[in-house]
Design a protein around this ligand. Structure first.
Ligand SMILES: NC(=[NH2+])NCCC[C@H](N)C(=O)O
Ligand SMILES: [Mn+2]
Ligand SMILES: [Mn+2]
Length: 299
């Protein structure tokens, strides 16, 4: 019988990678809604809880993207905390914030796990580069950066960071891809389960297959969960909502199954925007989904 892991809860109140303000408020807001207390009630072992800020830092690279210096500085601070956590045997859980912070998480993780699998549950692929981004928003590029396809690389954020192989990336829930992302996904052969696949196969089969693909020849699996994967009728409080998403029930089942997998070694939860929410509907769902994930961890 495996025991629940020690969790390092890393809050990142940062939202400058998104197109609209508000996601920086999510960590405090979810904690205010009682996240920590209910996790403790559910028997989660929260080993430590930290707020990640970033000092002033000269960016190692200039990019034609909005707020790239701030994104890089925050990512560097986060990468260090994530690296420290995994080195100490903790399970890092990163609470954002916008999705640009995944670059920091992945930089820290890839320095520790030479072969990292990534399961990306999101309406988007976040696989633009600086030259294909239609918006200039940094939250649209982390998964291209992680593969070493962009000007910015994970090693700009953290020395010793590696890359993530496209063979070990699995996209779930993607339904709003930019043209360059489509080309990249097809040419690199990246596994992508859209909503039609989920309805046809069922979410349980999709998650089992995702764990198999992301886990093949890897040392750990990271889950990156963007709340805009869930349909806007149930999760309206997010900056780039896309119709036709997961039901909250599918999201719950996905997170339960991922939590129960001994292969899962880290996770992050991003893109909740309290300023765009309706009566805390999205924030409350987020609290519930995080509880499902973390209370089932067994590794
Ligand atoms: N993490 C997110 N919500 N990303 C949305 C990205 C939207 C669009 N593909 C872009 O690159 O700007
Ligand atoms: Mn995203
Ligand atoms: Mn998204």
């Amino acid at each position: 019988m495996k025991t629940p892991p020690k969790i390092a809860l890393l809050s990142v109140p940062f939202g400058l990678g998104a197109g609209n303000p508000g996601s920086e408020l999510a960590p405090r807001h979810l904690l205010h809604l009682g996240l920590l207390q209910s996790l403790q009630r559910l028997g989660c072992h929260i080993d430590e809880q930290k707020d990640i800020g970033a000092g002033i830092q000269i960016p190692p690279i200039q990019l034609p993207m909005k707020h790239s210096a701030e994104v890089i500085a925050t990512g560097t601070a986060l990468a260090g905390e994530v690296y420290t956590a995994v080195s100490a045997g903790q399970f890092p859980f990163v609470l954002g914030g916008d999705h640009s912070l995944a670059m920091g998480t992945l930089a820290g993780l890839s320095a520790y796990y030479p072969r990292l699998g990534v399961i990306w549950i999101d309406a988007h692929a976040d696989m633009n580069t600086e030259s294909t981004s239609p918006s200039g928003n940094m939250h649209g590029i982390p998964l291209a950066v992680a593969q070493g396809r962009a000007q910015l690389s994970l090693s700009h954020l953290w020395p010793g960071a590696g890359i993530v192989s496209p063979a070990n990336i699995v996209l779930i829930g993607a339904r709003d891809l930019d043209p360059a992302e489509e080309v990249l996904i097809h040419s690199a052969g990246i596994a992508c389960f859209g909503i039609a696949d989920i309805r046809k196969l069922g979410i349980d089969t999709v998650i089992a297959e995702a764990i198999r693909l992301a886990g093949a020849n890897t040392d750990g699996i990271h889950l990156s969960f963007d709340i805009d994967s869930v349909d806007p009728t149930e999760a309206p409080g997010t900056g780039t909502p896309v119709q036709g998403g997961l039901t909250s029930e599918e999201a719950r089942n996905a997170l339960r199954q991922l939590g129960l997998s001994a292969r899962l070694t880290s996770a992050e939860f991003v893109e909740v925007n309290p300023l765009l929410d309706r009566a805390d509907q999205t924030a409350k769902l987020a609290v519930e989904l995080i509880e499902v994930l973390l209370s089932n961890l067994r590794n």
